[in-house]
Design a protein around this ligand. Structure first.
Ligand code: SF4
Length: 158
């Protein structure tokens, strides 16, 4: 099992925005810090905006920010958005399925259960859980010195 690149980039983008909450960030900032191409990040940002996770402030000093608090962003919900249009096995797509076992396959049932368990775990995780108090992540992603808080004992970044 492997997450798609865009799911992974969506998670990185949201973590970047959460670490830098209260500031407007640019797609190019996210791409640079998250080691991704600007085009890939731009597509992910567009989808996260359409789903109501990010919002854009237009203008010369505009940028992107979270559209809701990190406590209200479920990682499971985000993963579902980016993963669900890709069938886990070919029998999950009735239109394109060529597997002759589909009508009687028990494996399919177990795979469905395993996927439900996978998403159930992630449904209980919020963006805030990934970021709050994560000093290492702050060191990597913060664009400006971190304000006083659990990570403020770290040396300030330039
Ligand atoms: S073997 Fe079972 S799980 Fe795999 S594609 Fe066929 S029906 Fe689906």
């Amino acid at each position: 099992m492997r997450l798609t690149t865009r799911t992974n980039l969506a998670a990185r983008t949201l973590m970047f925005c959460a670490v830098n909450d209260g500031q407007l960030v640019r797609t190019s900032d996210i791409a640079r810090r998250c080691n991704a191409s600007v085009n890939h990040i731009a597509r992910v940002v567009q989808q996260l905006q359409a789903e109501g996770y990010l919002e854009t402030v237009r203008g010369r000093s505009g940028g992107i920010r979270l559209a809701r608090p990190g406590q209200r962003i479920s990682i499971g919900a985000v993963f579902r958005i980016f993963e669900t249009d890709i069938p886990f096995a070919e029998c999950f797509d009735a239109q394109r399925n060529t597997c002759p076992l589909a009508q009687t396959c028990r494996l399919r049932t177990y795979v469905v259960r395993a996927l439900e368990a996978f998403y159930h775990e992630l449904d209980m995780v919020t963006l805030d859980d990934l970021v709050r108090g994560n000093c290492g992540l702050n060191d990597l992603l913060a664009m400006h010195p971190v304000p006083p808080g659990p990570c403020s004992d770290r040396p300030l970044q330039g």
